[in-house]
Each structure stands twice: as structure tokens, then as C-alpha cells.
Design a protein around this ligand. Structure first.
Ligand code: BEZ
Ligand code: MG
Length: 575
């Protein structure tokens, strides 16, 4: 700490540090893999139940438990407190009581918990009981999954009862698992709730962009996935509509097929240009939604508004005025794979170390994703016209890239798809706009909306998962597969270096120290899965070779020795 720093600056730094610690501590993480057909232990469910209890559930007549507690303690403005960036003592007190109430519930059931809460805080039992009864139902359903049975039925070609697709926290009706996750009606997207939630997220995203640039971005690139938009009833779609400044309008059959323009007076900010890259799954499930998004961009581009308040119009007009482009081309903003194709292949290229410069990865992204889904001048739908020049052009104005995250189970270092998409598009933008975009993710899992930069998200995920003994010990209980998961995390972290150069070097150092340079841990991993240990070690050396990490020579020497020893051992095993 700087000794010249005055007291108040120091206090502020301590508070910021404290907030970060609380954020890591409170982050929900899966502490092991799901074993098909096996129910979770009650203790493992406690965090999940606490999360479920943090939201109002009007459909179950249940109010958010933290709000009930806050009201009983005479704390008004609890909602406002939640949305304040900083954690406060008041919030800690409320959260502590809620956690304790959930423990009481796990031990003694709904009535016990309601009584305990009444004695502790004065919350009337009639008020809290609906929450605990909902939790009781969820706990029971978590115990009674029909995954194996349904699999057997499916293999026999029998009927499997359907269930909605969503996150348990977002929609507890997904339970019990083991049902046929039918997709939703695409015309119902975005739901009213999704649209309401998306306003806060889009505002928070633009606020963050503004704080960093001193102005709004000329254009944003968004990644939209199918499963995510099923889970959230279209929050990602709704965020795109908010950024453009339009709301969905339903027709006589209650289908969201039109948009209505939100006035600039009501919006109080410019309309933001958005380039949308949708996954193959999204394209297959949400054709009417893609048409809605395309319609929204066209409508906004055609509005008679000042150019400095309507960036879509400004960008389209610039393009058309420069000549060589028709309105219908200049306004194309929805891109995906060729019909029948999926994915970007960026993840495979990274995994197999088959790329020379990072531009190769961005170019591959565009090659795979440059198929336009729009309309021609006669209003006929275009379903997947290969249009790299239109995508190049749209990306050349992008200043920030963004993806909505909606699950605490699957984060940006758990699977390779986040870096292939968000990393891939960011790299494509960097070359085409000749500047690295700011890269953001939202966290729409918790009651409070949070926007983080990619770098912040990687730090948080690394601390909460990869380097967290609770997480990796949970994985190691699964033996061979658990070590493979640790290796996956390292690969996915590396993927963020490859595509976005967004990983702090200390992360690689701590991974090396935790898993490879600690003799006892190394021995355990080796015994469970020498193949993954080998790949992990080589990946760290590749991170060094490619310039993402420059540790002490001593560390490198030890890693090289490990690779040598492992190769000998694996050869002996094979022989
Ligand atoms: C999707 O839901 O669209 C998706 C799922 C996995 C990987 C990429 C996209
Ligand atoms: Mg996959």
C-alpha cells in the first residue's frame, strides 16, 4: 500500500477489496458434476434453494425471502440496496439471516424454518411459509428425478412427458428433470418479464460503456444463443430490442411479430446499432424472432431522427451515401451459419493449436458466421445468404461486444463455446475495426443486474472455480472425468488468451502452482488421469510459447521436465 495515500483513499481501496472478496465468496458454483440419474445431496441443494428464495414468485404466492427479512427488520429500500454496486453491512445482515433460515429449512422443514424466522426477525409465518413450501416442493423434486427411467423409455421408443426448458432458479417448474425439454413457442419471445428485466441489463451495459469511453458505442456486437433464450424466455433478444429502442408488439394471436418504436424522449439516449450473431440452434428454433430482430433494425434505420440520436440510421446512411450499397444490404444485422451448419470451429482450432495468428481465428469466425438472414428490397426473406462483405462492414463499426450469461452452472471457462463465440467475434472486430473492442458479459443470474468486463469475469470465474479448492476437490471426486474437467477449464481459459488476450499472467502461474508444482496434488492428478495432466502441462507451455505468460525460467524448466517424464510414463503404460 502506498504510504503517502491518504486515509480516505485507503479506506476506499479496502472497501473495493472487501467487495471483491464478498463477490467471490457469494458466487454460486457447482461442486461436482451431475451424475445422470443421481439426486444431489441436501447440503448441495442449500445454495440453490437460497437462490430460488431470493426472487419474488408471484405464481406461487411467495415473496423474496431477503425482502421479507428486510421489511421485518425495518429496512426500507432493500431493492435499491441490491442494485447498489457496493455490498453493505445491512445487506450482509439480511443475507446472513436468509442463509441461516435455509439451513433451518434443510434440517427441520418448512414449518421449523418459518417459526425460526418469526422468532429471529418477526417475519409472519403466513408470509414466509409459501416460500418454504415452494422450497420443500423443489427439494422433493430434486430427489425424484426420472432421468434413467426416461432414457430407457426413449430407447424403447415410448412417450416421455414434456417439461419446460429453463434454469431451476429462473423457473422451478423445470423439475423434475428427465422430461422431454420441449422448446418454447418462438412467437412468445421475448416474454413480458424478459423484456422488463432486459431494460435494466441494457441500461447497465450502456452505462458501463459510457463510463469507459465518455460516450455511447457506435455499434455493439451481440451473441445470441438458442438454449439461453429458451431458458430466459428471450432476455438476450429483449436486450437487443432495448438497445435499438423498440418494444415487441403482439398480434391478435398473441404472437410477437411487430415492433413499436420507443420515443427518444422516453429512451433518453441514442438508439444503438447492434450486429447480432446467432447460433445455429437459435436459427433453427427462432426463425420468427430473427425476422423480428431484422424488422426492428429496418424500422429504426428508417426513422426520421437526428443522426446523433439514432446510430443505426447514421451508420446505414453513411454506408449508402458512400455509394456502392443499397439500403437492404446496408441494414443487414442478423448473421448466422449457413443453413444446416453449426458452430464457429474457433474452439477446435484453438484446441488443436492449429493457428498462427489471432486474426486466423477472427477470420474463421466470419467465414462460418457470415450468412445473412434478412429481406430483399421486395420484402422476400433471405435465409442464409453468404455475405462476408456485409458482415465485415457491420463489424468494422463495432466498439464493444457482449453476451448475456444466464446460468451459474455454465460460465465462460466451463465450456469452449463462450470463447469460440464471444472471443471469436471480438477478434473479428479487432481486425475489421482496427481497434480492440471492449468486451462485456452480463450476469443476469442474481436479483441484481451486473455487467462485467471479460477480464473481470475471467478473474472471478478463475477464483471462484478453477483455483477454488471447493470446486476442484468436488471435481476430483469424479476421478478421471474430474481431472479432464480441470484440464477443460485451463483450455477454456487459454481460449480467452487466444481470441481476446484477456487473461492475466498470474492466472497461469497459479494454475501451474496449484495443479502441477504442488507435489501431492500432482501425484493425485497423475494417478487419476495422466492424459489430462499431460495436455494441461503442454497447454501452459503453449501459453508461454505464444506470449500470454512469461513465468520464471525455473517454472518453465519444471513444466518441461514434467512433460518429458509424463511422455516416458505414458509410453511405458502403452507398451
Ligand atoms: C445454443 O444454445 O445456441 C448453443 C448451445 C451450445 C453452444 C453454442 C450455442
Ligand atoms: Mg459442445
Amino acid at each position: 500500500m502506498n504510504p503517502k495515500e491518504n486515509g480516505s483513499a485507503r479506506d476506499q481501496r479496502v472497501v473495493r477489496l472487501y467487495e471483491q472478496l464478498v463477490e467471490i465468496e457469494q458466487r454460486l458454483i457447482p461442486t461436482g458434476l451431475h451424475v445422470f440419474g443421481r439426486a444431489a445431496e441436501l447440503a448441495e441443494k442449500a445454495d440453490l434453494l437460497r437462490m430460488v428464495a431470493s426472487f419474488d414468485r408471484p405464481e406461487h404466492g411467495a415473496r423474496a425471502l431477503p425482502k421479507l427479512v428486510a421489511e421485518a427488520l425495518g429496512i426500507d429500500r432493500y431493492d435499491a440496496l441490491l442494485n447498489e454496486a457496493s455490498s453493505t453491512e445491512t445487506r450482509d445482515v439480511v443475507d446472513g439471516i436468509v442463509a441461516e433460515a435455509i439451513r433451518e429449512f434443510c434440517e427441520g422443514g418448512a414449518d421449523t424454518a418459518a417459526h425460526w424466522l418469526n422468532a429471529r426477525t418477526g417475519v409472519e409465518s403466513e408470509e414466509s411459509l409459501p416460500v418454504f413450501l415452494l422450497l420443500a416442493r423443489i427439494a422433493e423434486e430434486l430427489d425424484s428425478n426420472c432421468e434413467l427411467e426416461s432414457l430407457m423409455r426413449a430407447l424403447r421408443g415410448e412417450y416421455i412427458s414434456p417439461g419446460p426448458g429453463a434454469d431451476v432458479v429462473q423457473n422451478p417448474n423445470v423439475l423434475p428433470t428427465g422430461r422431454n425439454t420441449h422448446a418454447i413457442n418462438p412467437y412468445s419471445v421475448p416474454s413480458q418479464l424478459a423484456f422488463a428485466r432486459a431494460e435494466r441489463t441494457a441500461d447497465a451495459l450502456l452505462r458501463r460503456c459510457f463510463e469507459e469511453r465518455g460516450r455511447y458505442p457506435r455499434a455493439l456486437a451481440l451473441v445470441l444463443w438458442g438454449l439461453d433464450n429458451i431458458k430466459t424466455q428471450g432476455e438476450g433478444v429483449a436486450q437487443a430490442l432495448w438497445l435499438l429502442g423498440v418494444r415487441p408488439v403482439r398480434d391478435a394471436l398473441n404472437r410477437a411479430t411487430e415492433v413499436e418504436v420507443i420515443s427518444l424522449d422516453a429512451l433518453k439516449r441514442p438508439r444503438i446499432d447492434v450486429v447480432m450473431t446467432v447460433s445455429g440452434i437459435f436459427r433453427d428454433l427462432f426463425a420468427p424472432t430473427m425476422a423480428l430482430l431484422d424488422k426492428a433494425v429496418r424500422r429504426v434505420a428508417a426513422l426520421d431522427e437526428p443522426l446523433d440520436m439514432n446510430y443505426v440510421r447514421r451508420n446505414v446512411a453513411e454506408k449508402v451515401d458512400a455509394g456502392g450499397s443499397e439500403f437492404d444490404d446496408a441494414v443487414t444485422r442478423v448473421f448466422s451459419n449457413a443453413p444446416g451448419n453449426y458452430g464457429t470451429n474457433v474452439n477446435f482450432m484453438v484446441m488443436q493449436s492449429q493457428w498462427e495468428t489471432a486474426d486466423t481465428l477472427g477470420d474463421l469466425f466470419v467465414t462460418r458466421k457470415c450468412f445473412a438472414y434478412s429481406r430483399d428490397s421486395k420484402g422476400r426473406t433471405i435465409e442464409g445468404r453468404e455475405a462476408p462483405e456485409l458482415m465485415d462492414d457491420a463489424l468494422s463499426r463495432v466498439e464493444a461486444t457482449y453476451q448475456n450469461i444466464d446460468s451459474f452452472e455454465v460460465g465462460i471457462t466451463d465450456v469452449d463455446h463462450y470463447f469460440e463465440y464471444l472471443g471469436g467475434i471480438s477478434r473479428a472486430v479487432e481486425k475489421r475495426a482496427q481497434a480492440r473492442p471492449s468486451i462485456y458479459l452480463s450476469d443476469s443470474l442474481s436479483p441484481q443486474t451486473k455487467i462485467r468486463s471479460l477480464e473481470e469475469t475471467i478473474r472471478l470465474e478463475t477464483r471462484a472455480k478453477t483455483l477454488n479448492p471447493k470446486w476442484y476437490e468436488g471435481m476430483l471426486k469424479h476421478g478421471f472425468r474430474g481431472v479432464a474437467e480441470i484440464e477443460n477449464h485451463v483450455l477454456n481459459t487459454f481460449g480467452w488468451s487466444a481470441t481476446a488476450d484477456a487473461v492475466d499472467p498470474w492466472i497461469y502461474t497459479d494454475i501451474a502452482k496449484t495443479f502441477l508444482l504442488d507435489a501431492e496434488m500432482y501425484r493425485r492428478l497423475q494417478e487419476l488421469n495422466p492424459y489430462s495432466v499431460q495436455s494441461l502441462t503442454k497447454r501452459l507451455l503453449e501459453a508461454h510459447d505464444r506470449g500470454y505468460w512469461n513465468p520464471d525460467e525455473e517454472i518453465l524448466e519444471r513444466l518441461r521436465d514434467l512433460v518429458g517424464n509424463l511422455e516416458d510414463r505414458l509410453e511405458q503404460t502403452a507398451g
